[in-house]
Design a binder for this molecule. Structure first.
Ligand SMILES: [Zn+2]
Length: 404
C-alpha cells in the first residue's frame, strides 16, 4: 500500500495556491457569462465566502480583467453595493467566421460585447487558402488598429465551415471551400506576425456553444444545433458538452444521407442533407443562380415577405427538407431543444409551420414530446461569439496568465 507523503508547508502552500487560482477562474467565468454582479451575488453563485469573493475581485481588478464601480466599502443601509463587471474595453479577442461567400471578423470584449466588426463578401474565386488567409489577416489588422492603445488582444478564435482537428488547428476537410489538410491556425498565426495565439474550430460547434452559454439554449444540457449557410453543420451537446466522436468529427449533420435520388454533395456522396437545405438548394428552387450568395438569399426573403409565390414555394420545400432531417435527429438524440441558426434562423418565421408538420409526421412521439424548436437567439453572431469564447478560454481558465 502506498503511503501518502506528509503534507508539508510547501505542499499546503501549493495546494492553497491551486485552489485560489481555480477560484479566481470561477469568479471571472461568472462575470464573463453573466455581466455585472455584486459581491454578494457572486458569493451566492459561486458558493464562496464574502471575504474570499472580496479578495478574488480585488485580484481580478489588479490584473485589469475586472472593473468595480460603486461603493466597495461600508455596506451601510441604503448604500448601493459595488458591481463588478468584466473589463470589456481593455480585454479583447478577435473572432473570425469564414463562410463560403463571406468572412466576418469582430473585436469582442471580455463578457461577450462586440465592439466592432467587419464583413467581406467575396466571390468564389477568392475561397482558396492563400487569398483567404490574406483576407482574414487584413480584417484582423484593421480591427486591431482600431482598438484603443490600452487594450490587450488576447488571441484570435476562428470558426470555419469544415472539419477541424482542434488539437493542432488543422482544417482536415472543408468540402465547400475545396480545402484539405490546411494548417489554418499556423498560417494565420504567421500572417498576423507570430505573436497572437490562433485557435480554430468548426463553426457549427462554436454556434452550439455560444447558444448554450449566451443564447437560445441557456440552461439546457441536451441540445441539437443545426447551422447552415451554403454548407450545413451541427453541434450536438449532451450532458452539457459537445459530443466529439472517435476522431473529433461528430456532429456533421449536413452529410446525413436523406435523398438517394439527390444531387452531388461536396463531400463526394449524393443526396446529403445539405444538398437539400443549404442556401444553394434554396436559390436553385427559386430559379435563381445557386451560387449567388447571401445577398441573393436576402433578396429572396424580401420577395417572400411581399407574397411572391415562387419565393414562398422555395421556402416551403426548404422547410420540408429541414423538418425531415430534424425529425430524424429528434428520434436519434432526444434533445430538449433544437436550435436553428444561420440561414435557418433567418428563414425561421417562413418555415416553422412546415418544419413542425414534418416533425409530427416523422419522429417518435415520445422523443418529440416536449422538444422545443427555436431560432438561434444570437442570429448571425453565434459562430463569432463561439469563436470569441474559444479565444478567451485560456485567460478565463487561468486569469494570471495575462502576466500583469
Ligand atoms: Zn455530403
Amino acid at each position: 500500500m502506498t503511503q501518502r507523503p506528509p503534507i508539508t508547508a510547501a505542499h499546503s502552500g501549493l495546494r492553497s495556491e491551486l485552489v485560489r487560482s481555480s477560484n479566481l477562474s470561477t469568479v471571472l467565468r461568472a462575470l464573463h457569462a453573466r455581466g455585472p454582479l455584486s459581491r454578494s451575488q457572486l458569493g451566492t453563485l459561486t458558493g464562496l465566502t464574502r471575504s474570499a469573493v472580496g479578495a478574488l475581485v480585488t485580484e481580478l481588478v489588479r490584473l485589469d480583467l475586472v472593473v468595480e464601480e460603486g461603493s466597495a466599502v461600508g455596506g451601510g443601509r441604503g448604500r448601493p453595493s459595488a458591481m463588478a463587471s468584466p473589463a470589456a474595453d481593455r480585454n479583447v479577442v478577435i473572432a473570425v467566421q469564414i463562410n463560403v461567400d463571406s468572412i466576418v471578423a469582430a473585436a469582442v470584449g471580455l463578457g461577450g460585447t462586440i465592439h466592432s466588426s467587419q464583413r467581406m463578401n467575396r466571390p468564389r474565386r477568392r475561397i482558396g487558402v492563400e487569398p483567404t488567409v490574406a483576407d482574414v489577416a487584413a480584417l484582423c489588422q484593421q480591427l486591431i488598429t482600431g482598438l484603443a492603445m490600452a487594450c490587450t488582444v488576447h488571441g484570435v478564435g476562428v470558426g470555419v465551415v469544415g472539419l477541424v482537428r482542434r488539437a493542432d488547428n488543422v482544417v482536415i476537410v472543408a468540402p465547400n471551400l475545396g480545402w484539405h489538410d490546411v494548417p489554418l491556425g499556423d498560417l494565420l498565426h504567421r500572417a498576423l506576425g507570430g505573436s497572437l495565439p490562433v485557435l480554430v474550430a468548426n463553426d457549427a460547434d462554436l454556434s452550439a456553444l455560444a447558444e448554450m452559454h449566451r443564447g437560445a439554449a441557456i440552461g439546457a444540457s441536451e441540445v441539437v444545433s443545426v447551422w447552415g449557410e451554403v454548407g450545413v453543420g451541427g453541434g450536438i451537446v449532451t450532458r452539457g458538452e459537445l459530443i466529439t466522436g472517435a476522431a473529433g468529427l461528430a456532429g456533421e449533420v449536413g452529410h446525413l444521407p436523406v435523398n438517394p435520388e439527390g444531387s452531388q454533395c461536396g463531400c463526394g456522396s449524393t443526396g446529403c442533407w445539405e444538398t437539400e437545405i443549404g442556401a444553394t438548394a434554396l436559390l436553385r428552387r427559386a430559379g435563381l443562380d445557386p451560387d449567388a450568395g447571401a445577398a441573393a438569399v436576402d433578396g429572396l426573403l424580401l420577395r417572400a415577405e411581399a407574397g411572391d409565390a415562387t419565393a414562398l414555394a422555395a421556402l416551403d420545400a426548404e422547410a420540408r427538407w429541414i423538418g425531415i432531417g430534424v425529425a430524424g435527429l429528434i428520434s436519434v438524440l432526444n434533445p430538449a431543444i433544437v436550435v436553428l441558426g444561420g440561414l435557418f434562423g433567418r428563414i425561421f418565421a417562413h418555415t416553422t409551420v412546415v418544419i413542425h408538420q414534418e416533425i409530427e409526421r416523422r419522429s417518435l412521439p415520445a422523443a418529440r414530446a416536449g422538444v422545443r424548436i427555436v431560432p438561434a437567439a444570437l442570429g448571425a453572431d453565434a459562430p463569432l461569439l463561439g469563436a470569441a469564447e474559444l479565444a478567451f478560454e485560456r485567460v478565463i481558465a487561468d486569469p494570471k496568465s495575462v502576466g500583469r
